[in-house]
Design a protein around this ligand. Sequence first.
Ligand code: AKG
Ligand code: FE2
Length: 340
Amino acid sequence: MASLVSTWSSNVRSLPKNFVVPLEKRPGKPIPICKDIPVIDLGDSTKHRRADIVQQIIKASQDFGLFQVINHGVSEKMMIDAITVGKEFFQIPVEEKEKFCAESGENGCRVYTSSARHMTQDFKYWKDSLVHRCHPLEEYIKIFPDKPAQYREIMGPYSVKVRKLGIKILDLIYEGLGLTEENFDNYDLLLMIHNYPACPDPSLALGIDGHRDGNLVTILQQDVYGLQLFKDGQWLGVEPLPYAFVINIAFALEVISNGKLKSAVHRVITNSDCSRTSLANFVNIASDEMIEPAKSLISPSSPPVFRSFQFKEYLQVLSRNNSDSEATFQYFKIGSQDSK
Ligand SMILES: O=C(O)CCC(=O)C(=O)O
Ligand SMILES: [Fe+2]
């Protein structure tokens, strides 16, 4: 049976009941775009400019946990091609698309509606997602979808460039935190392509509820408005700037920074006019490595705020908590009532 929202959404005029989110989660009144979210120019990294960029990134990561970057080294053409082919994936014939819905394990390529753990939720999010790992490319290119025809040819080089950008940003952040000698060779990249079809009733639905990402940093390309950041008790709209990437500080980086940087709580709302596509690139530490507050940031006056764990433990706790990233955050926080 056709299960993906993108397959049938244009045929429905009202929101199916199982997509109505609980009252307290509904988007509420329209949220304007926030012009204060920093936009950082990564071009020109002469020595003086580099120190300035490091400062801007650290400040944005402390104040917002989210910022945008421009002049980041990924060409406009590459960005257009990537989002176009991502959109096209959700338009391939239904039988082709739904073939990917069968579970194919952690190292496969999967397509699903709502979130990976929607089975355990009473309601669904108004989105479909395609997910696969990207690094090392020689190993993973064969699991990339073979439709649309240009998918591998476009997303292969895109993922390499985006991973490079992620490492550049992490390098700047580690410099700002005073951490050195990081070896980035084994850092992972997971790509999620989200498709949020035009929604018959955006006031009752959500693309995805408020959450923190679990990895180090997420590099997000978006086409139309929908992303919101939770800061100081309110939601702020994140502007879809052409050719910019949104950089999200995620949980593992908050842990490594011992709480100096803040992971961004964010969500996505839907709209009734058009579909929205986003490419979320999750840069992460290798899955078997320990995630823990950096030793150089720990002292008697600055004790560890989080305990050490492997990413696979994070995923287990997240799953046990029904994908509630706040409960998962508290679990790893030292001194919190929910911590182990
Ligand atoms: O679609 C977006 O803008 C954000 C998606 C997201 O938050 C995620 O994949 O974790
Ligand atoms: Fe996210």
